[in-house]
Design a protein around this ligand. Structure first.
Ligand code: COA
Length: 380
């Protein structure tokens, strides 16, 4: 056993008027309350954040977060791995448990500050600035290349992307903390959406969200509500698409998944649910294949069969995913674990998956440059 999640907390993901410290405070104290611990019990903390510098002119976020608990001086670190910051921070925190226990992990991000063009440029820093950005590849454009190649190689269609979007928007209606909780999305809405980067349209893209998520972890469980971390792996690949031989799969994801499954002693067939990094609808299909939940080229058929819907054999993104749940970049990987913990405890309300025992989270930075995979399990 790598450790246990003792408690989780999360803000709503979506536009917020709150500054990063206030968002982090809300998630941290919710996680502490959930764990039954006080901040004075925490021995160290890790902060996940991507764009505090470019967006908010605020770096040194470990010290910013320390300001939320003055007088309780403990070691703190900031972890940055683009959109995988949260998953990588959790992996780091688990590795620290031999020295510090318990450890608090908090992911926080504010994206709604800068104007659209500036934000698109800043998010582009997750890709290769010299090669990809210089060639005009924004993030949606990079994933559009992945989508085009998947369509060419496997016959995937825009109707398959629509199926992912409709499913995740449907799930978000049952998640009060989701960015698009308030919005019913139909095929007509999708069809009316403008093209962002062909073939990707508005409803293929995740939105721009603010938010925070936190988890308290320990080497020892605290009662039956603790959820075991059975596998935790991170893999890092080259940053530029131009340096990759194939764009329909992310080797960092399949490598991290293989290692996490090995640690957990389970295979993809034993997974009951997955929270995956669907920053664009095509990314969910690639994730399903990289996690081994479907063979290469078969994620679209799995999705169209209804298997990845709530009530299906392998529900994917019961939370609404990034697409409809929101993508507060540095917080996303921790937010995925929040969802798995709530589901594994049977606390997910309307969107509860039927008796899950094993859940997997898949958090990607850049266009497959970094991937963190975690496997969580209910204690029997
Ligand atoms: N999906 C569905 N609806 C969306 C949306 C999305 N991704 N983004 C915005 N909208 C909706 C808004 O809710 C709003 O609806 P309303 O008029 O009913 O209130 C409308 O579209 C206009 O919103 P606005 O914020 O002006 O959209 P935009 O055109 O500035 O931004 C995108 C749209 C797709 C460009 C933006 O969401 C984006 O950049 N997403 C990707 C973010 C990203 O790359 N993250 C990192 C990925 S790894």
């Amino acid at each position: 056993m790598l450790g246990y999640v003792l408690g989780v907390g999360k803000t709503r993901f979506g536009p917020s008027s709150h500054a990063m410290p206030r968002l982090a405070h809300e998630a941290i104290w919710a996680a502490l309350a959930d764990s039954g611990l006080a901040i004075t019990d925490i021995k160290a903390f890790v902060v996940a954040n991507f764009l505090g510098g470019p967006n908010e002119s605020q770096l040194h976020l470990n010290s910013v977060v320390a300001g939320l608990f003055p007088g309780h001086r403990i070691p703190g670190w900031r972890v940055e791995a683009a959109c995988a910051s949260g998953g990588v921070a959790l992996h780091q925190a688990l590795a620290m448990l031999g020295t510090y226990d318990p450890v608090l992990v908090v992911g926080v991000e504010r994206l709604s500050g800068p104007p659209g063009g500036v934000l698109t440029h800043n998010i582009g820093m997750a890709g290769d600035v010299g090669l990809d950005q210089a060639a005009g590849l924004t993030f949606p454009a990079s994933y559009a290349l992945v989508a085009q190649r998947h369509m060419e190689r496997y016959g995937t269609t825009t109707a398959d992307f629509d199926a992912v979007s409709l499913k995740n928007h449907h799930n978000a209606r049952m998640n009060p903390l989701a960015h698009f909780h308030h919005k019913t999305v139909t095929q007509a809405d999708i069809d009316a959406g403008p093209t962002v980067a062909a073939p990707l349209r508005l409803f293929d893209c995740c939105p721009v969200s603010d938010g925070a998520a936190a988890a308290v972890i320990s080497a020892c469980p605290r009662g039956v509500r603790s959820i075991a971390v059975l596998g935790s792996a991170v893999s890092t690949d080259v940053i530029s698409l131009a340096q990759r031989a194939e764009h329909t799969t992310f080797p960092a994801a399949s490598d991290a998944a293989a290692e996490a499954y090995r640690q957990a002693g389970v295979g993809p067939g034993e997974v009951d649910m997955a929270e995956v990094h669907d920053c664009f609808t095509i990314a969910e299909l690639v994730a399903i294949e990289d996690l081994g939940l479907a063979k290469p080229g078969e994620a679209a058929a799995l999705t169209q069969s209804g298997a990845t819907a709530l009530g299906g054999s392998i529900p994917v993104n019961a939370s609404g995913g990034l697409k409809a749940g929101g993508h507060a970049i540095g917080a996303t990987g921790v937010g995925q674990v929040y969802e798995l913990v709530r589901q594994l405890r049977g606390e997910a309300g309307e969107r509860q998956v039927a008796s899950p025992r094993i859940g997997v989270s898949h958090n990607v930075g850049g266009v497959g440059g970094t991937c963190a995979v975690h496997i969580l399990g209910r204690r029997s």
